[in-house]
Design a protein around this ligand. Structure first.
Ligand code: NAD
Length: 331
């Protein structure tokens, strides 16, 4: 089966080719992001393979469906960019990679916390320039601090466990308690109490209509002054303008982001020669206590291998008419 792969980078090509070597799945790689403008490329492919910033809106799904596609293989865990209702209406199956390496994202989360706290990014440059002064480097012991984990699924649970290893007290909020977290001594509390008591708030829940702008002016006001806010989940969970206001007043002490609500027009490309036109993003970059990485939390060799293998298996199941283990359905 021929599959149109969108948003292809060299690393996607390398790992997908390797994973599909002994299969009947044949990938055609497009560097373009899937949008209304590029959807024409999917014409006559029975399946398309997409990533986090590909636009799987109702109109794009209608177009890929009329072009003959009956399957969307998401090579990511999140599916907030896919209109599942529309896919169902057009008889297009959707499958994702529910877990590839939750460790990759959880470890990156802790990396953001440590870097914001101990300023490794500044130390790297300073020492290279022969500047061994410590001013501006003052951090705090993570040991004994309270960390609030919002969403204790696969990634949140691992992040919580690593932070417990640092000697942190971990509070959690989730719509479903994770028994393994309870057994590990993590205390589930209401969201308001998590905000009020946490020195670090880290987000690991999916982006849903109910979680959009979970971090907003009101929730920021409920947090501990000087709180560290970390988001490695999805950009839409955080109202960036409210975050900027929180940073300006000092209510927020640190921000670590791997995702950004309007990242689709920025991330995954070299734009170093271009002017960034997003004033909100540019303002965030001006704060010394903000650290942004470009959606790289997943980016480990282990994760890319797993993504490619599971995506290829999802497509194989579809091609052979088998039940899709990793199907995502509306509802
Ligand atoms: P998961 O499904 O295992 O866990 C998500 C958890 O969030 C579940 O326990 C669920 O009950 C909980 N949840 C749902 N609604 C909630 C709400 N309203 N409030 C609080 N919790 C709620 O998912 P995961 O594998 O742990 O991934 C978490 C998120 O991380 C994904 O949704 C994805 O968007 C993001 N992610 C980011 C990267 C990256 O590279 N930055 C990579 C992979 C995943």
């Amino acid at each position: 089966m021929q599959v149109a792969v969108f948003s292809t980078k060299s690393y996607d090509r390398e790992f997908l080719i390797k994973a599909s070597a002994d299969t009947e799945i044949h990938y055609d790689f497009f560097e373009e992001r899937l949008t209304e403008r590029t959807v024409i490329l999917a014409r006559d492919f029975p399946a398309v393979c997409c990533f986090v910033n590909d636009e799987l809106s109702a109109s794009v799904i209608a177009a890929i469906s009329s072009g003959g596609a009956r399957m969307i293989a998401l090579r990511c865990a999140g599916f907030n960019n896919c209109n599942l209702q529309s896919a169902a209406e057009h008889g297009v199956k959707v499958a994702r990679v529910p877990a590839y390496s939750p460790y990759a994202v959880a470890e990156h989360t802790v990396g953001l916390i440590l870097t914001l706290n101990r300023k490794y990014h500044k130390a790297y440059n300073r020492v290279r320039e022969g500047n061994f002064a410590l001013h501006g480097m003052l951090g705090f012991d993570l040991h004994g601090k309270t960390v609030g984990v919002v969403g204790t699924g696969k990634i949140g649970q691992i992040a919580a466990s690593i932070l417990q290893g640092f000697g942190c007290r971990v509070l959690a909020f989730d719509v479903h308690e994770n028994p393994e977290c309870v057994a590990a001594g993590i205390e589930y509390v209401e969201l308001d109490r998590l905000f009020a008591e946490s020195d670090v708030v880290t987000l690991h829940c999916p982006l849903l209509p109910s979680t959009k702008h979970l971090i907003n002016k009101q929730s920021i006001a409920k947090m501990k002054p000087g709180v560290m806010l970390i988001n490695t989940s999805r950009g839409g969970l955080v109202d960036a303008k409210a975050t900027i206001e929180g940073l300006k007043t000092g209510q927020i002490g640190y921000v670590g982001l791997d995702v950004y609500e309007e990242e689709a027009d920025l991330f995954f490309e070299d734009r170093s020669e271009l002017v960034i036109k997003d004033d909100v993003f540019s303002r965030l970059l001006t704060f010394p206590n903000v650290l942004i990485t470009g959606h790289q939390a997943f980016f480990t060799r282990n994760a890319l291998e797993a993504i490619s293998q599971i995506t290829t298996e999802n497509l194989r199941q579809f091609d052979q008419g088998e039940k899709l283990t990793n199907e995502v359905v509306a509802g």
